[in-house]
Design a protein around this ligand. Sequence first.
Ligand code: AMP
Length: 145
Amino acid sequence: MRISDILRVKGERVVTVSPEADVTELLAVLAEHKIGAVIVSRDGDRVDGIVSERDIVRALAARGAAVLTEPVATIHTTDVRSVTRDAVLDEVERLMTERRFRHVPVIEDGSLRGVVSIGDVVKFRIDELEHERSSLEEYITGERA
Ligand code: AMP
């Protein structure tokens, strides 16, 4: 299973936010799209960073409500780990487990092509297991499910 298989199903649409937007605007974007992280990008194509709900929680705990009027650039992560469409699912799972993050952007020739979340990975693994289970059942019983 490759990342391109996931993107084929979920699509390549990516929500981005400008580094100059303030944290209150960021909260509105997360709430509107029902997501936990946003790619930070000046032009909507190149990745300048990533910011997740955890960054907001940490900044609020450290500096209080003043954070809400600060630009996203004060709390985002700039050293972003990404994969290409050709990457296999195991590679993304390893990255998420070892680095302890739940979102990985897909970048091709410097351009943003999608985002894979831990939810996408879990969904694809469950579908894969379900498919294997029905194939085995069919093999053993000789009956189609
Ligand atoms: P998450 O688990 O995705 O909510 O993110 C946890 C922390 O890792 C936050 O500080 C994020 O900014 C950061 N983070 C999330 N995804 C990535 C990524 N692909 N590369 C680097 N840092 C990330």
